[in-house]
Design a protein around this ligand. Structure first.
Ligand SMILES: [Zn+2]
Length: 106
């Protein structure tokens, strides 16, 4: 017997799909590793999407009291934004490549 990762009910170890909630049970280490990677990529994407904007907002907010710091921060936020656009393009290319090879699920 093994446990369903989604609903925690006991299911037969040969089961491919959980009979209670329909969760796929092919959770080998490889699948867990892939899931971890996908979560990591999503997390990194989220951070890289948010950070340049946060930097720009903080920079504008501090412009009056800390003009030099504000300028440097804004400049770095711009770089962050450029890198962000490049990452998005790269992810899109990888995504399309994965799909064309039939691996795609994300
Ligand atoms: Zn289940």
């Amino acid at each position: 017997m093994k446990q369903c990762p989604k609903c925690s009910k006991e299911v037969d170890k040969d089961m491919v799909i959980c009979p209670f909630c329909g969760e796929p049970l092919l959770n080998t280490n490889k699948k867990n590793f892939e899931l971890l990677n996908i979560h990591l990529v999503r997390f990194l994407m989220l951070i890289s999407i948010v950070l340049p904007f946060v930097g720009a907002i903080v920079s504008i907010a501090m412009k009056k009291n800390y003009p030099v710091f504000s300028k440097v921060l804004l400049k770095n936020s711009m770089y962050g934004f450029i890198i962000w656009v490049m990452i998005i393009l790269l992810v899109l290319i990888c995504y399309l490549a994965m799909f064309s090879m039939g691996v795609g699920y994300m």
